[in-house]
Design a protein around this ligand. Structure first.
Ligand code: IDP
Ligand code: MG
Length: 140
C-alpha cells in the first residue's frame, strides 16, 4: 500500500481532559507520523465549512457547537495506508461499538464527544488537509 496523508483532529472533549498526548501515542504507536500539527479554536463558520457534508443531518448544529466549544488539535498524519490505518486506530464513531484498544473505546465520552476525527477517504483527506494547512506547514 502507498504512503498516504490523512487529516486527524483531536476534539474539544479530549483537549479538555488533557489527553492529547495519550491520543498521539496511540497514533504514533500504530506507525503514523505527525507531519503537521497545530492547536487552535474554530469559529462557527470554520466548523460549518469543515462539516458541510453533514449539514442535513439532525446532529449538525450540536456537532458545530461541540467542535467550537474549546481547543482542538489539527494534525496531518503520514504512513502506509494512513487513511484506513487512522480510522482503525480511532475505532467506530459510537464508542459503544468501538473495538478494544482503539482511541474511541478508551477515551470517547459518547457518539458525539468521541475524541477524534479522521478523514474517511484519500480524496476527502486531500480536501480536509488543504482546508486546515498551507503546503509549507507540512514537514515530513
Ligand atoms: P466519523 O467521525 O466516525 O467519520 P461521521 O458520521 O462522519 O463519523 O460523523 C461526524 C461526527 O459527527 C462524529 O464523529 C460525531 O462527533 C458526530 N456524530 C455522528 N453521528 C452522530 C449522532 O448520531 N449523534 C450525535 N453526534 C453524531
Ligand atoms: Mg466522518
Amino acid at each position: 500500500m502507498a504512503i498516504e496523508r490523512t487529516l486527524s483532529i483531536i476534539k474539544p472533549d479530549a483537549t479538555a481532559r488533557n489527553i492529547t498526548g495519550k491520543i498521539i501515542d496511540k497514533l504514533e504507536s500504530a506507525g503514523l507520523r505527525v507531519v503537521a500539527q497545530k492547536r487552535t479554536k474554530w469559529s462557527t463558520a470554520d466548523a460549518e465549512a469543515f462539516y458541510a457534508v453533514h449539514k442535513e443531518r439532525p446532529f449538525f448544529n450540536d456537532l458545530v457547537a461541540f467542535m467550537t466549544s474549546g481547543p482542538i488539535v489539527l494534525q496531518v498524519l503520514e504512513g502506509e495506508g494512513a487513511v484506513l490505518k487512522n480510522r482503525d486506530v480511532m475505532g467506530a464513531t459510537n464508542p459503544a461499538d468501538a473495538a478494544d484498544g482503539t482511541i474511541r473505546k478508551d477515551f470517547a465520552e459518547n457518539i458525539e464527544r468521541n475524541s477524534v476525527h479522521g478523514s474517511d477517504s484519500a480524496e476527502n483527506a486531500a480536501a480536509e488537509i488543504a482546508m486546515c494547512f498551507k503546503d509549507d506547514e507540512l514537514v515530513g
